[in-house]
Ligand binder design. Structure first.
Ligand code: CA
Length: 458
């Protein structure tokens, strides 16, 4: 045997030995060795064995009433998935964002948590939350065409911008901002009731009604009952064909004639016509309390205001927002809060199941609307039993028209940083106090807001 051959043989032997070892070790791992003989048995056991008990955390915010509702919904979820225990934390709304970012920074991100517009954008971009698309494709709860597009689109992210791409969240709710009115007050004043159908009532009709309802009851020269709470600027701007921002380009668009005329109209409701409360009146009694006390005729409300209004000593309903006579269009905003799943969740499937249950399960959606918290996310339920539900408001269809037809996302949609919006509201007083015209104000403020937006968002 020559030396070369013996080395070759030695190598072959070593190779055989290594192969044997590999075969043995893979057999020990139960992953494919025919000799171990226990692989099929293991598979059978895995299918039959009880699922591993897991604990997931869920954080939201809201009123004590909302907390009670969620405690109930979570019990239903746990009954459906008996191996999962949910640790639920409800934080006061004002503390929520701070608490959440502290948890995220310290590596204790809840498995499931509430997200809203700007936070959603930030967390999707930072990779804090994960795409739900892979899970959605396997759940029977999700039928995309039975969930409001308006609600789903808030939770899409394509790696660059929100509003398109994969779903990184599911809607908790969809909140159409509707116009409530005190029916008893309208009838007592002999004012024609505002219609539920959009397009039949204009801003002029609204102002007419407001003038008739506004009263100084004790003759001291000060108004005691106002026709309307402050008309929302967002709705007025959209109805005029204007906007605050083009969120696709990041251009602040308040310096347009459409915007200026809408804002001036809102400001003049008090400055010229004195049919809405002044900022001082607002300080003394906010619009909500004023409506509840029967001291304002028309007031914008969200679906979550229903339980508080069910006990009122007067009749009320909701009407379509009036249209700007110049455009024939109405406008208002639709709010939404969503559920997202942490990308660090150790139990992403269970976390997703909770989000999907809360957002899409029939029973949960039914409980939620019956308690007056929200319009169902499920279109068939909203257009079916919700619309004919035997509690005020009678014109429930108005909520659905806003979602489907003339409601816009709140103006913070598409912004990660909202300092430009905070500043805009702080500065708006100058127009409402009559110190500047809306056109002067918008021209002066646009560059400042643009700078703030660019700084925080680009
Ligand atoms: Ca008075």
């Amino acid at each position: 045997m020559n030396r070369k051959l013996s080395v070759k043989l030695g190598l072959v032997l070593i190779l055989c030995f290594v192969m044997l070892l590999t075969a043995c070790s893979s057999g020990n791992n139960g992953s494919g060795s025919a000799t171990s003989g226990n692989t099929p048995k293991e598979e059978t056991n895995a299918a039959n064995a009880p699922k591993e008990n897991v604990k997931i955390s869920f954080m939201g915010h809201g009123s004590p009433q909302e907390k009670d509702i969620f405690a109930k919904l979570i019990k239903s979820y746990e009954a459906k998935y008996p191996n999962v225990k949910v640790e639920y934390t409800s934080v006061p709304p004002a503390e929520y964002n701070q608490k959440l970012s502290t948890l995220i920074a310290s590596g204790k991100t809840p498995d499931v948590f509430y997200v809203s517009g700007p936070q959603f954008f930030k967390y999707a971009e930072a990779g804090t939350i994960q795409s739900l698309q892979p899970f959605l494709e396997t759940t029977e709860l999700f039928q995309e065409d039975n969930v409001w597009k308006q609600a789903l689109d808030r939770y899409r992210y394509d790696g660059k911008m929100v509003g398109q791409g994969d779903l990184y969240g599911l809607p908790k709710d969809v909140g159409p901002w509707a116009m409530a009115y005190n029916k008893t007050m309208f009838e007592a004043a002999g004012v024609e009731l505002p219609p539920a159908e959009v397009g039949k009532w204009t801003w002029d009709n609204w102002l007419d009604a407001a003038k008739k309802l506004t009263k100084d009851e004790n003759g001291d020269g000060k108004v005691d009952i106002y026709g309307g709470a402050n008309f929302t600027l967002e709705g007025a701007v959209w109805a005029s064909g204007g906007d605050f921002i083009d969120h696709k380009t990041g251009k602040i668009t308040i310096d347009t004639p459409e915007f200026a005329s809408a804002m001036q109209w809102v400001a003049d409701l008090r400055l010229k016509h004195n049919v809405t409360p002044s900022p001082e009146d607002e300080k003394a009694m906010n619009a909500y309390s004023r409506f509840v006390a029967g001291k304002v005729g028309m007031f914008p409300m969200g679906p979550w205001d229903q339980p508080g209004f069910w006990d009122l000593p007067f009749d009320w309903d909701i009407a379509a927002w009036p249209v700007n006579p110049a455009t024939g269009k109405a406008g208002t905003w639709v709010g939404s809060m969503g559920y997202s799943v942490s990308s660090k969740s150790k139990h992403a499937q269970e976390a997703f199941n909770l989000a999907a249950f809360l957002a899409l399960d029939n029973e949960g959606q039914k409980q939620n609307y019956e308690l007056g918290q929200a319009v169902p996310n499920l279109i068939d339920m909203a257009k079916g039993e919700f619309v004919s539900y035997d509690k005020a408001p009678a014109n429930r269809q108005v909520f659905l028209d806003i979602i489907e037809d003339y409601g816009h996302p709140t103006i913070d949609f598409g912004s990660k940083d909202t300092k430009w919006i905070d500043t805009m509201w702080q500065e708006a007083g100058k127009v409402y106090d009559g110190k500047m015209t809306a056109a002067e104000w918008a021209k002066e403020l646009q560059p400042k807001l643009q700078e703030l937006y660019d700084k925080g968002n680009k």
